[in-house]
Design a binder for this molecule. Structure first.
Ligand SMILES: *Cc1c(COP(=O)(O)O)cnc(C)c1O
Length: 369
């Protein structure tokens, strides 16, 4: 068996320890004689799995008691609709559009009320985070919405916007549990887990209790009301049971690794290694030049020559570095360096890039402009 260095944007690398544990428990979970996949979600054994997962997440993030933790389905995309359906009580919301995901969420919200775009970075292909210290937040906005880490463009909010007292809703799909955050600054935090937490199919939503009410957009299906899931502790219907079990294992792994402070340190180290090299390279350059906007999770870079980019991706793949092809809307390369990607993997990538650079500059190919 050989495992590659996995830099995929999502679904993405998971801690090897977690995968091994899950493999060992596959046929017989703790003496039950069955896999977690085969187990009733109403059983005592499963009840402990989901309750422990929630508690470990609460411990890791320091989630206050007046916030609910919900395990949902439908991907981050379904939240683009559920957020406005549940939270646009007065019919207005403000969106900060810093990438494709935020833009999709904004467009979706417009189906349910007045969705204002109060800031955008589309003028420069979303390669920066706009100044959000004094935005024209709407008087009657029910919430202000952000996508905290822009997976495709490699930018990240390192300072939260000034919402002028309005509830902040944040899509943290690609920066979930990457560093400590102050949950109380948000009304809702949500993310699909397949980037940084677990297998695709689970969405975790952390919502302040007072926002969860029966007052929703007319006709909102039962399954799309947060109250339905909050009232039944995420067991209204069959939850994505196996996925939640793996998330629970990842939470335990994070605790063992030293929690989110330790993760932040490790993630900053990985990002510094990669950006440090890119900033000094004669062949590659990072697409996000505004350093304060750079993502610690998704690092986008190009050579400036599409053919050379493709050649690099191919050579990297052959050398055991997987998932480096950039998203089509940016092109070039993207290294996603989520929690489970080791410092060693990033060091190996940087070394590979250095060697590639040396060969290509020696061959007299042009370096980037
Ligand atoms: C991947 C991603 C999405 C889309 O997630 P799905 O689970 O495929 O719906 C939304 N937002 C962000 C920030 C993402 O990284």
């Amino acid at each position: 068996m050989s495992r590659v260095y996995n830099f995929s944007a999502g679904p993405a690398a998971l801690p090897e320890e977690v995968l091994k544990e899950a493999a060992a428990e596959m046929l017989d979970y703790e003496g039950t004689g069955m896999s977690v996949m085969e187990m009733s979600h109403r059983s005592k054994t499963y009840d402990k799995i989901i309750k422990d997962a929630e508690q470990d997440l609460r411990d890791l993030m320091g989630i206050p008691d007046n916030y609910k933790v919900l395990f949902l389905q439908g991907g981050a995309h379904l939240q683009f609709a559920m957020v406005p359906m549940n939270f646009m009580k007065k019919g207005t919301a403000d969106y900060i559009v810093t990438g494709s995901w935020a833009k999709k969420a904004w467009k979706e919200a417009a189906k349910y009320g007045k969705a204002n775009c109060i800031a955008s970075s589309e003028d420069r292909n979303f390669n920066y985070i706009p100044d959000c210290s004094d935005l024209p937040v709407s008087e009657d906005a029910d919430y202000v919405y952000i996508c905290q880490n822009n997976t495709i463009y490699g930018t990240q909010f390192h300072t939260l916007p000034n919402t002028k007292g309005k509830t902040l809703v944040s899509d943290v799909s690609s920066c979930f549990l990457a560093e400590p955050i102050d949950v109380e600054k948000y009304g809702m935090i949500y993310g699909g887990v397949q980037k940084n937490v677990g297998p695709a199919g689970v969405v975790i939503a952390i919502i302040r209790e007072d926002l969860i009410t029966e007052e929703v957009y007319p006709g909102t299906p039962t399954m799309l009301q947060y109250k339905t899931h909050a009232d039944s502790a995420s067991l209204y219907n069959t939850p994505p049971a196996y996925g939640i079990y793996i998330c629970g294992k990842v939470f335990k792994w994070l605790k063992k690794m030293g929690g989110l402070e330790a993760m932040k340190e490790r993630n900053e180290k990985k990002a510094a290694l990669l950006y440090g090299y890119l900033d000094g390279s004669g062949l590659f350059r990072p697409t996000v030049t505004d350093r304060a906007s750079r993502s610690y999770m998704n690092v986008d870079f190009v050579t400036g020559d599409k053919e050379l980019d493709a050649e690099f991706v191919k050579a990297a793949e052959a050398a055991g570095f997987s998932g480096l092809k950039g998203h089509r809307s940016v092109g070039g390369m993207r290294a996603s360096i989520y929690n489970a990607v080791t410092v060693e993997a990033v060091e190996a990538l940087v070394q590979f890039m250095k060697n590639f650079e040396k060969t290509h500059i020696a061959n007299g190919e042009k370096s980037c402009p």
